[in-house]
Design a protein around this ligand. Structure first.
Ligand code: GAL
Length: 370
């Protein structure tokens, strides 16, 4: 069974578990299906300043409210102390289940211990909660596969299969936040795709900065990435060396790298076209940039599917059912394997913006300025 089929089976299994329970089962945490006031669910998202987390928060909140749950949705301003306080408050308020997208995946152990002591199941949302046995489920995308797609974007876009060591393709690499376990999957997935090209001498990184520890971007901060790109360009790209491509794990990083390149003449000087860059999250600004022929591609992780899968999982647990069809091998958080539901992602280029983004309703044509 391929990844897509596995994800589909897992979603179906969850939906079925919820459906079976719907036929008359009394659940632990509240009333019967269809009743209002079925229990308070705590949902914590890392920040309101990134487009995707607002979509995620809305999808989870609306989905749960439609099923009759009450939702306490909080955004943590990318501040760990704020996030710990919000979770403490939710535990005190007596939430039935906690859905947490962490800032620093390893910083919440005390909160998770308190949740376990109060018998509150914890669902790790998108980002894996690390170093704690008190994490019950993980709902995310297949992060390693997402990384592979980031690698594929460079392989296809830069035509690496046609390139030779005599005239290597020049790239620089960016990774996500070191405190976010997803960064590991993204990096590993991408590097496993790109390594053969490095080995053949077809790809070259003039800065020599390749290790994840060196190329990480704390808190996914686009301004930090832009500064690093500026420094790389001034330190390693004087003379005739032209940057051809950038590995980027996140759309705002892609856009800020492109800005740094434009500032030194890329895209406006003969022989210096904009470097090819991918991304992740399919944010509006990046899709516009893709349509304008600047950013080359992005990886779309449909937050509506992630939200819906989470809502189904919450409902299954609230009915006292055991979710089935989960991946029980892939995600070890340092303390245990966390049963996971991993969804599929899609590469978006100019060629499939219409079918993958607009026709699916992820963004409207109007939002994209069309
Ligand atoms: C990651 C997430 C990415 C991106 C990034 C920055 O954890 O998987 O899709 O949103 O955070 O927010």
């Amino acid at each position: 069974m391929n990844c897509k089929q596995k994800s589909l089976m897992a979603v179906l299994a969850l939906v079925m578990a919820a459906g079976i329970a719907f036929v008359g089962c009394q659940k632990e945490g509240g009333g019967q299906a269809g009743e209002a006031g079925k229990g308070l669910i705590g949902v914590v998202m890392p920040t309101r300043s990134e487009e995707r987390w607002i979509k995620d928060g809305n999808a989870v909140k609306e989905g749960l409210e439609n099923l009759g749950y009450t939702v306490d949705l909080q955004y943590s301003d990318d501040d760990i102390a704020t996030q710990t306080r919000q979770i403490d408050d939710m535990i005190t308020k007596g939430v039935k289940i906690l859905v947490i997208a962490s800032i620093d995946g390893s910083a919440l152990s005390n909160q998770l211990e308190n949740a376990a002591a109060s018998n509150i199941p914890v669902i790790s949302y998108d980002r894996l909660l690390m170093q704690s046995p008190n994490v019950d489920y993980y709902v995310s995308f297949d992060n390693y596969k997402v990384g592979g797609q980031m690698g594929d974007i460079l392989i296809t876009g830069l035509k690496l299969d046609d390139a030779s060591a005599a005239n290597p393709v020049i790239v620089e690499l960016f990774a996500g936040s070191p405190d976010d376990n997803n960064s590991v999957g993204f990096y590993q997935g991408a590097m496993d795709k790109l390594q053969p090209y490095f080995d053949r001498g077809v790809l070259r990184v003039p800065s020599g900065q390749i290790d994840r520890a060196v190329i990480g971007t704390l808190r996914w901060d686009a301004a930090e990435a832009q500064k690093r790109m500026e420094n790389l360009l001034s330190a390693h790209y004087s003379g005739n060396v032209v940057l051809n491509g950038i590995l980027s794990p996140y759309d705002p990083i892609s856009l800020s790298c492109l800005e740094a390149c434009k500032a030194v003449g890329y895209g406006s000087t003969p022989g210096k076209p904009l470097p090819l860059v991918g991304g992740q999250d399919c944010i509006v600004a990046s899709v516009k940039s893709i349509l304008a022929g600047e950013q080359y591609a992005t990886v779309l992780k449909d937050t509506r599917s992630l939200g819906a899968a989470t809502v189904t999982l919450v409902d299954t647990l609230m009915r006292g059912e055991t979710p089935t069809g989960l991946d029980t091998t892939s995600y070890h958080n340092g303390a245990k394997i966390v049963p996971s539901l991993l969804l599929d992602s899609v590469i978006v280029t100019k060629d499939n913006v219409q079918s993958a983004v607009i026709d699916t309703g992820y963004h409207t044509a109007e939002a994209l300025g069309l």
